[in-house]
Structure formats: structure tokens, C-alpha cells
Design a protein around this ligand. Structure first.
Ligand code: GDP
Ligand code: MG
Length: 315
């Protein structure tokens, strides 16, 4: 992705024409996973939860992942669907997914982000859980994610540092250099509450995340989701999750230097873009009052000229 990343920001109060990221209310509260028991959680004709797995040649582990997700849905009485977003796997992943009970979506555009965008566009659930199809994440225990979503959080991100990284599950380069640097930058630039910015197991309110108009095609999709959610003021939570050694017995699709650079470039580009938005917003505020009348900029401060990136830009 070249050039600057367009990032739209939400402003408080009135006078926000053209700048608002529409989001859904974060105040809805439903029953917790424990409370719901075996009652089906279907909402109208739609399932409550869509589990979306991006997949490129994961034939060795995909069936296990789909099976775990399906079993979790069934044993918790949660109405749900499992969607595998595939990019032309050549190892029979599609058939494996179908026979394990998943719906397969073939996404023409290549890349992790493209696959997820295709899967999310097909999903019908009010909530989406996304996670790798390499059997490294805990699809057997989605309760913490769905519980937080039912509590009204719009994005729930796993934290592998809190939940445990099993031996051999993450290369030392990622664990001790790449992820700490990118996590630190996410906090510094956007006050992201996520201490594991790149955890691949997450849950979100589908409408809220779709309203952010995510567009990254590659692995930097993971950064884009958190940055735009933070800037838009969505309610974000994190829950501990465990990372196990993947079961596929070959290299990851992630290319550490190339993908690390794409994440870094996204973070810096988004930050620069948000600063420009803020400046533009401030000059609007200096010219027009809430009713269109000319007012001095100070009269607008604290009202329409603030961004909501975790308060970072607030005066
Ligand atoms: N459809 C599709 N899936 C992908 C692509 N790249 C990665 N994935 C899937 O995305 C998930 C994460 O990739 P993975 O190799 O596990 O990355 P890592 O967890 O960072 O090592 C896995 O389920 C992959 O099969 C892609 O280009 N297309
Ligand atoms: Mg993985």
C-alpha cells in the first residue's frame, strides 16, 4: 500500500460534518456465555456468531480448527456459522473445510487482509471471531471473546503475552523485537489499549468494524483494524489467549521483515494522516460555528475539534 492511508476520525459534539466514522452503540448488553446455557442465541434469521478463518493451504490443520469452533458453538448453545476465506488453496483445504462443517468463501484478491474482508462480507453473525487456521489459537474456548462482545465491547483482541506462548509457538525475533516495537508504537501514536497489537484471534461487532471501511490487503490488516477502531472511539477490550505451536509443519505465511515493514508503514502513515485531519478539522472550527456562523477557534475547543484516539489528541 503506497502513500498515505486515508483515516477518518470521529469528532465529539456537533460540527463534525464529513469527519465522523459511524459506529454502533457500545452500550448494548446481552447475557454472558455462562448465562445463556443451551438456549439458542439466534438473532432473527441471523446467527449470533460467525467464526471466520483466513486460509491458504492449511489442509493439515483446518479440519481441526473448524471442528473446535463448531464444537464450541454447539456446546455453548450459540447459534453460529464457520466461514473459511480461501485464496485458491491447492491442497484440498476447501473440501476439508466443507466436510468439517464450514462454508467456504473463495476470495479472488490475494492476501490475509483481502481474505478476511471477503469472509467478513459474507458473514451474517452479529459478532465475528477471526483466527488463523493453523491450529495455533484456542477455538475451543471462545467464551472470553463472546462474553466481552455481549458486554458491549465492539472489538476484543486476544493477548498472547498474558495468556501464554507455548514453547516454539513464536520466533524470538517476533516475541522480543518485532511485536514489542510495534505494540509500543501503537500505544504511543494511538493510545491503543491492546498490548498484543498483532494477535490473530479477535472478536468484533461486525457492523461496527465494517463501518470503519478497512482496506488493507496484507497482514497489516491487523494493525489497521485496531488503529481505526481506536481513532473512531470504539470500545476495545483485550482478553488473555494462548498461542500454541502451529500444527502445519512448515513455514508461516508471514514474512517478518516485509510484513513488519508494512505494519510500521501503516502505523506511521495513519498517524500522519490523523494529524492532518485534526488540523483540517481545527481550521473548519475556526471558520464556522455549530450553526454555520463565524466564530473564533477557541470557542470551538473542547467541542468539535477533538479527536478520540484514546484521548491522545485532546488538549
Ligand atoms: N486466504 C489467505 N489466507 C492467508 C494468506 N496469508 C495467510 N493466510 C492465513 O492467515 C492465517 C495467518 O497466517 P500465518 O501463516 O499463520 O501467519 P502467522 O500467524 O503470523 O505466522 C493462516 O490461517 C493462513 O492460512 C493469504 O494470502 N490468503
Ligand atoms: Mg498463524
Amino acid at each position: 500500500m503506497a502513500g498515505m492511508i486515508p483515516i477518518r476520525v470521529r469528532t465529539r459534539g456537533h460540527g463534525d460534518a464529513g469527519l465522523k466514522v459511524p459506529i454502533t452503540s457500545g452500550t448494548r448488553r446481552g447475557p454472558t456465555v455462562g448465562q445463556i446455557g443451551n438456549r439458542q442465541s439466534q438473532i432473527g434469521n441471523s446467527p449470533e456468531v460467525s467464526v471466520v478463518m483466513p486460509c491458504l493451504n492449511e489442509g493439515r490443520t483446518l479440519g481441526v480448527c473448524v471442528g473446535k469452533a463448531r464444537r464450541w458453538l454447539d456446546t455453548h448453545g450459540v447459534s453460529g456459522e464457520v466461514i473459511v476465506a480461501d485464496n485458491g488453496s491447492t491442497d484440498g483445504s476447501q473440501e476439508i473445510a466443507r466436510s468439517a462443517g464450514a462454508q467456504v468463501v473463495s476470495v479472488a484478491a490475494k492476501g490475509y487482509g483481502s481474505a478476511l474482508l471477503g469472509g467478513i462480507a459474507t458473514a451474517r453473525g452479529r459478532y465475528v471471531i477471526m483466527g488463523d487456521a493453523d491450529d495455533s489459537y484456542g477455538f475451543s474456548d471462545l467464551s472470553p471473546f463472546v462474553g466481552k462482545l455481549r458486554d458491549g465491547f465492539e472489538l476484543v483482541v486476544g493477548n498472547r503475552f498474558a495468556g501464554g506462548i507455548k514453547p516454539g509457538a513464536m520466533p524470538a525475533l517476533h516475541r522480543y523485537l518485532g511485536l514489542p516495537v510495534l505494540n509500543g508504537l501503537g500505544w504511543l501514536l494511538f493510545r491503543s489499549p491492546c498490548r498484543d497489537f498483532h494477535c490473530g484471534l479477535r472478536g468484533f461487532d461486525r457492523a461496527a468494524i465494517q463501518s470503519l471501511a478497512l482496506q488493507s490487503t496484507g497482514m497489516e490488516f491487523a494493525s489497521e483494524m485496531i488503529v481505526k477502531a481506536a481513532v473512531a472511539g470504539l470500545r476495545i477490550a483485550e482478553v488473555p489467549t494462548t498461542l500454541s505451536r502451529d500444527g502445519r509443519g512448515r513455514r508461516s505465511h508471514l514474512r517478518p521483515w516485509r510484513d513488519g515493514w508494512r505494519h510500521l508503514r501503516f502505523l506511521l502513515g495513519a498517524f500522519v494522516a490523523s494529524v492532518f485531519e485534526r488540523k483540517r478539522n481545527s481550521s473548519h472550527a475556526a471558520l464556522e460555528g455549530p450553526g454555520g456562523e463565524h466564530v473564533p477557534a477557541q470557542a470551538q475547543a473542547g467541542d468539535s475539534a477533538q479527536l478520540t484516539a484514546g484521548g491522545f489528541y485532546d488538549p
